[in-house]
Ligand binder design. Structure first.
Ligand code: HEC
Ligand code: HEC
Ligand code: HEC
Ligand code: HEC
Length: 480
């Protein structure tokens, strides 16, 4: 790897110094907790203007796999891209509509527009969708989590009922220093892993502001399946090493963490959402090299006579890899090629392990039906197969929900997916043994009935032509 180590360190220092080269004149006094971005605009017109650009769609063609919301109006969604997800997630909102992300400006609007089944968890859903979450939770306690989504949403001041990520989400208004707003989630989670946020370095903060939302979380349920809390399942982990094994252990440690029932198998399961911070910070090359999220997603841009952090937060591929070029002398083509290299391998292994988990799920379905018709299924084999299946399931969901398609931590991604594939095939082998013992015949190739899952989504239709669906880039799937 041809990193120019000699220029790297001075460059990093220079970048840091540059940003302060010509501070704009502050004309207004801004309250520490000012929610309205326009008030901030008076002092920080550049950051405001760039932040506002997150409302514009991004050109899908520039990214290999994160097409998102294209300039031509197409919305890319995970169920169309990864049909096995429609099977695995059948039983609740994620199996009906599961879109790729778009700009920060739309964060709250998109929850309002998504299929209502996705808001069933109630106010809890607003946790990383409005900057008011912290305040509402403080004022309303448990009601904030358990009351219906529309009611909790109506507590937000009228003029901000559609406002997404705002300046206050990441900054203190008085001096625009970085600050963590969501104490009831991230604050607690950091405490649970023994990390003192008052001792966080400046570089830590440049990732932690993102970790308020780009992390997985659990919506804890009471016995009537009403939401009672939202927390990050980190308690078995350490800062810089939040691993999937520990997340699974935490989710499985309490039945209240199982949020839904999977239609195909009838199992109560937990779920994993957008774990960008967890994957990136788990000993990735760039984390070890001291990088933060902002280094790649908010590179400095020239604005008039001074430099500012690019507040139009996007995929680096959609930003000409400007962030990378500050450190890597290899040039845009080389960098793009390296990203594709990692992402192709991730997609290949994700497809294989995802379809393997789906096949196991379908066999559970067959055995469950046989059992209901009086067949005797060996329960030891069944339980062991279930444990392996769940281990595969959570790993597949973890990497499928993580938004970098492996790039944030290629080595860890490959490890997690390889384990997923092994768990899924072990589960299938045990299920076949159980079937044979019970005298149930299983075909060699399990019919996943994907069309059934893809087309039973109510009003929601596939967002784009199925021919655009991801294929295994190495075509290994054909041999399965
Ligand atoms: C308050 C919660 C919150 C914070 C803080 C936050 N994000 Fe996001 N981010 C989101 C949500 C939600 C979306 C998806 C929005 C949608 O699809 O409507 C998103 C989308 C994105 C996207 C995709 C943008 C696109 O055009 O497709 C990137 C990249 C991103 N965030 C990076 C970051 C980084 C880096 C940070 C920290 C500097 C950060 N985010 C902080 C909630 C947040
Ligand atoms: C998702 C988190 C996030 C949001 C939202 C956000 N910022 Fe920032 N902002 C950052 C980060 C990270 C930096 C880099 C800070 C550093 O390294 O000291 C930054 C830097 C700044 C700076 C210091 C100068 C610079 O550009 O580096 C100012 C001023 C600023 N932001 C203003 C704003 C304003 C105004 C808004 C709202 C319109 C806003 N920010 C929204 C994360 C955010
Ligand atoms: C070394 C550079 C680098 C670092 C550091 C980094 N990312 Fe990324 N990120 C990328 C690349 C490259 C992609 C893939 C973009 C694509 O495929 O279009 C990506 C993708 C994403 C996406 C999906 C973007 C989209 O358009 O859908 C999100 C969200 C995101 N990163 C958030 C984060 C967060 C949060 C952190 C810190 C915890 C972080 N990133 C750290 C380089 C980086
Ligand atoms: C702040 C500096 C910095 C930025 C920004 C940065 N990198 Fe790196 N990158 C590094 C360092 C340091 C290493 C480790 C080099 C080594 O030890 O050989 C590295 C390693 C890599 C590697 C090899 C990783 C591996 O595991 O083998 C790739 C590929 C890479 N970077 C791509 C990118 C891309 C693409 C971007 C932008 C999205 C980016 N980098 C942004 C500093 C940076």
């Amino acid at each position: 790897m041809r990193i120019n180590r000699i220029i790297l360190i001075p460059l990093l220092l220079a970048i840091a110094a540059c940003s302060k080269s010509a501070d704009p004149i502050k004309v207004a006094k801004i309250d520490k907790n000012e929610y309205e971005p326009q008030k901030w605009a008076a002092n920080y017109p550049a950051e405001y203007e760039l932040w506002e650009k997150t409302k514009e769609p991004t050109p899908a063609g520039k990214s290999f796999y994160k097409k998102g919301w294209d300039t031509d109006g197409k919305v890319y969604d995970k169920l169309s891209e990864f049909p096995y997800m429609a099977l695995l997630f059948k039983g609740w909102g994620f199996g009906i509509e599961y879109n790729e992300p778009r700009g920060h400006y739309h964060m709250l609007e998109d929850v309002l527009e998504v299929d209502p089944s996705r808001r069933k968890a109630g106010g809890a859903c607003l946790t990383c969708k409005t900057p008011y979450a912290q305040q509402l939770q403080q004022e309303h306690g448990r009601d904030y989590f358990s009351k219906a989504f529309d009611e909790v949403h109506s507590w937000i001041p009228k003029n901000h009922q559609k406002m997404g990520v705002a300046c206050i989400s990441c900054h203190n208004g008085e001096d625009a220093s970085l600050r963590l707003l969501n104490d009831f989630t991230l604050g607690k989670a950091l405490h649970s892993i023994g990390f003192d946020q008052n001792k966080a370095s400046h570089q830590d903060m440049r990732s932690l502001v993102c970790a308020q939302c780009h992390v997985t979380y659990v919506v804890k349920k009471d016995k009537d399946m009403k939401s009672m809390d939202v927390f990050f399942p980190w308690k078995n982990s350490k800062y810089g090493n939040i691993a999937i094994e520990d997340i699974i252990k935490t989710i499985k440690s309490d039945p209240a963490n199982l949020e839904w029932t999977q239609a195909v198998t009838g199992f109560k399961l937990g779920f994993i959402r957008h774990p960008e911070f967890e994957l990136f910070s788990n000993q990735s090359t760039h984390w070890k090299a001291g990088l933060s999220c902002a280094d790649c997603h908010m590179p400095y841009v020239r604005y008039g006579s001074y430099k500012v952090s690019d507040h139009r937060v996007v995929s680096p591929l959609k930003n000409s890899l400007r962030a990378c070029i500050q450190c890597h002398a290899q040039g845009e083509d080389w960098l793009r090629d390296r990203i594709k290299f990692t992402q192709d391998r991730t997609i290949s292994l994700l497809m294989r392990s995802g379809y393997a988990a789906a096949a196991a799920a379908k066999i559970f379905e067959k055995l469950n039906i046989a059992a209901s018709q009086g067949k005797k299924i060996d329960s030891a084999l069944y339980q062991k197969a279930r444990e392996y299946y769940e281990q595969a399931f959570y790993r597949v969901v973890f990497i499928g929900a993580e938004n970098s398609v492996g790039f944030h931590n290629p080595q860890e991604t490959m490890r997690v997916l390889a384990d997923a594939a092994v768990y899924a095939s072990k589960s299938e082998a045990l299920l076949r043994q159980a079937a044979q013992k019970a005298g149930i015949e299983l075909p060699e190739k399990i019919d996943l009935e994907l069309e059934k899952y893809l087309s039973s989504r109510g009003e929601k239709k596939l967002n784009f032509d199925r021919s655009a669906e991801f294929k295994d880039p190495f075509k290994t799937q054909e041999s399965f």
